[in-house]
Design a protein around this ligand. Structure first.
Ligand SMILES: [Zn+2]
Length: 296
C-alpha cells in the first residue's frame, strides 16, 4: 500500500493507478502511473517538485521499475512543474505543449519569485470574499498550493525531450500505451493517454469529471471534433486532471458539453447535470470564450 500526503493512489486496472491530488498540498492536479513491466510511465507531473518527487517514488514502488517516460497532457503549471523530479525520464508532449512549457514555465517561475507574496494575498482576499463555500475552499486550496510552490527550493523549469504529432505508442513488456492528440480544447495541444487492453483513459483537463473544464483554445468545430474522437475511444475508466476517477458516462457528458457550449453561449439555459457542476467560474469563462469565438 503506497500512501502520500500529496495524493491518494487508486488502482484502476491491473498495473494501472490514478494518483488523485489532495487539494492544497501542492499536488495541484491528478496524475497516472502505468506499469509497463520493469519500467514505469507517468502521466503528468503535478505542481511542486516535492509532489513530483513523491509521485516518482510512488511509481517506482508500485511498478518495481524506474520511471522511463513522463507524458504531459498539457502545459498548465499544475500538471508540469513537478517534472523536475523526473530527471531520468524522457518527457513527452505535443509540439504545441512543448513550446508552451518552454515559454511559459520559466516566465511563471520568474513572476512567482517577484510577485508570489502579492498573489498569495490576492488569493486569500478572493477566498475570503467568496459567498459560496465550495468556491471558497477551491480558492483556499489554490492559495495553499501556491504557498507550497513558493516554499520549494531550487525551482527550475523542465523541458519536454520528445514531441509527437498525433499518435505515439510506447511498448512495454507488460502492456502498451497509446498517446494521442486530436487538437486543442483546453490548451492548444492537449494529449491523452489510452491503454487499449485495460480500457483506461488518462485525459488531463480535456474531459471534465463532475466539474467545468477550462476551455481555452480552439473553436466549436474543433471542440465537437475532439470530443467525439475522444468519446469514440473504448474506455471504461476515465482519469481527468482534477476530481475523482470517472467512467464511460463522463466521456459522453464531455462530448455533450463541447457540442452544446456554443448554444449556451447564445443564451440556451445550461441544462443539468452541467448546471450544478463544480467550478462555476470556469463555466462563466467558457461562455465568455465561446461568445468571443462566435463573434469572430
Ligand atoms: Zn488542470
Amino acid at each position: 500500500m503506497v500512501t502520500s500526503p500529496f495524493f491518494r493512489i487508486q488502482q484502476v486496472a491491473d498495473g494501472v493507478f490514478a494518483a488523485l491530488a489532495k487539494p492544497g498540498t501542492g499536488a495541484g492536479a491528478n496524475a497516472g502511473i502505468v506499469d509497463l513491466g520493469r519500467s514505469a510511465l507517468v502521466v503528468d507531473a503535478m505542481f511542486t517538485p516535492a509532489a513530483g518527487a513523491a509521485l516518482r517514488d510512488a511509481a517506482e514502488r508500485l511498478t518495481g521499475g524506474a520511471v522511463r517516460w513522463l507524458v504531459l497532457t498539457g502545459a498548465d503549471h499544475d500538471h508540469v512543474l513537478g517534472a523536475q523530479a523526473f530527471t531520468r525520464a524522457t518527457v513527452i508532449a505535443t509540439p504545441r505543449t512543448a513550446g508552451n512549457v518552454l515559454r511559459r514555465a520559466p516566465r511563471f517561475l520568474r513572476a512567482a519569485r517577484r510577485d508570489g507574496a502579492r498573489w498569495l494575498e490576492e488569493l486569500g482576499a478572493a477566498a475570503h470574499a467568496q459567498p459560496d463555500p465550495g468556491e471558497r475552499r477551491a480558492r483556499e486550496a489554490m492559495r495553499q498550493d501556491l504557498l507550497a510552490l513558493l516554499g520549494s527550493r531550487n525551482l527550475r523549469p523542465v523541458w519536454p525531450s520528445l514531441t509527437f504529432g498525433s499518435h505515439l505508442t510506447i511498448y512495454g513488456r507488460s502492456r502498451h500505451a497509446e498517446i494521442l492528440s486530436f487538437g486543442g480544447v483546453h490548451g492548444e495541444g492537449d494529449a491523452v493517454l489510452f491503454l487499449p487492453q485495460e480500457r483506461v483513459l488518462f485525459c488531463g483537463d480535456i474531459v471534465p469529471v463532475g466539474r467545468h473544464p477550462a476551455v481555452g483554445a480552439g473553436d466549436p468545430d474543433a471542440w465537437a471534433r475532439v470530443a467525439s474522437r475522444i468519446a469514440d475511444l473504448p474506455a471504461d475508466v476515465v482519469v481527468g486532471g482534477h476530481g475523482p476517477v470517472g467512467a464511460r458516462e463522463d466521456l459522453l457528458l464531455a462530448e455533450r458539453y463541447y457540442w452544446e457550449l456554443p448554444d449556451w453561449a447564445r443564451g440556451t439555459p445550461v441544462p443539468e447535470p452541467f448546471a450544478s457542476w463544480d467550478a462555476q467560474r470556469s463555466l462563466l469563462e467558457n461562455l465568455r470564450y465561446a461568445q468571443g469565438v462566435g463573434e469572430r
